[in-house]
Design a binder for this molecule. Sequence first.
Ligand code: ATP
Length: 233
Amino acid sequence: MSVIETVELRKSYGRLEALKGVSLRVEKGQIYGLLGQNGAGKTTLIKILLGIVRLTDGEASLLGAPAGAASARRRVGYLPEDHAFPGYHTGYSLMDFYGSLYGMAASERKKRIPETLELVGIAGRMHSKIKAYSKGMKQRLGIACAMMHEPDLIVLDEPTDGVDPMGRREIREVMAQLKARGHTIFLNSHLLGEVELVCDRVAILQQGKLVREGTIAELTQTKGTFVIGLMPG
Ligand code: ATP
């Protein structure tokens, strides 16, 4: 069973065709990168899978269920592109809040929070207010929140966007560690260097069309044909 599968997926917003027949498949344990410039349709694909917007045509499934099914959505950890954490929370209190939303018992939350913050490298700052965190730390906290309930799939929408080079490297290291632990990650990015570093497979989206798909080795052999407009990262 695939973790994500789309077949000829289409989405229109009025007259604008954001996705023009996208077919892809993500298997368990992979870091799968969806690479494309701003406006290519990456966020739209995630939103369809999570049931935030409805597909126009084609098929999409998530963890064996039709896209948007609550049973599958609960098993996903999602870090959206534009999120803002309240600065008055500490890393710990924010995760505790997420854990309670997921219905986790207090004792379970108490155990899980330090473990997860350790994994993303901010356990030492867990009792500091989020307003004192760097952008990179906030993103790593976001990844920790997404992982709080031990999801079967982690979806990260441009997690390094707006983060300085050092912070980007730290986030990539977190993703590599998650992969080493067997997690499945679906990563949206416009940074070629980023997907090259962390992903097993990549799909390249240009104006709603999937123009290439394959392993990094397959795609880098013909790099010149698809990198136009993408940031080296
Ligand atoms: P970005 O990184 O800028 O978010 P993206 O690859 O994630 O880019 P999408 O956000 O999926 O791209 O947007 C794809 C296209 O659909 C863009 O042209 C965008 O303006 C348009 N779009 C997205 N959401 C809506 C909406 N709710 N209503 C109308 N158009 C939309």
